[in-house]
Design a protein around this ligand. Structure first.
Ligand SMILES: [Zn+2]
Length: 116
């Protein structure tokens, strides 16, 4: 499960901010996750719960915001947003061309955290 190392990395960021801001309890963490990241919400929460046992983030709820996939068309070089899992995934909304460079959609990062 690739969520484990990912959540470990996220937890490190959270702990660093908790220490910097003198937080004693983290109740929620807002994450931005690209729709192409291959991360599953239930596994993310599962591993997060496991990793945070006994830390200031113990019991914190993950609030995941799924980021759009943005590509640059190989044909017309314009940027377009595309929805994974649909028939039109990867097709340019400007010229109808197929494929191109993925500009965003695989990233994940901590957007915000809510302390008590
Ligand atoms: Zn195009």
């Amino acid at each position: 499960m690739h969520e484990l190392p990912v959540m470990n990395g996220i937890l490190k960021v959270v702990m660093k901010h908790a220490v910097m801001n003198n937080v004693s309890k983290v109740v929620a963490i807002q994450l931005q996750v690209g729709k192409l990241s291959d991360l599953e919400e239930k596994w993310m929460q599962h591993y997060f719960d496991y990793l945070t046992k006994g830390t200031v983030a113990d019991g914190a709820k993950l609030e995941i915001e799924w980021g759009d996939v943005v590509m640059r068309c190989a044909g017309c070089e314009k940027e377009f947003t595309t929805e994974p899992g649909t028939d039109t995934f990867g097709s340019c909304t400007h010229c109808g061309g197929q494929g191109g460079e993925i500009l965003s959609g695989k990233e994940y990062y901590v957007k915000n955290m809510v302390a008590q």
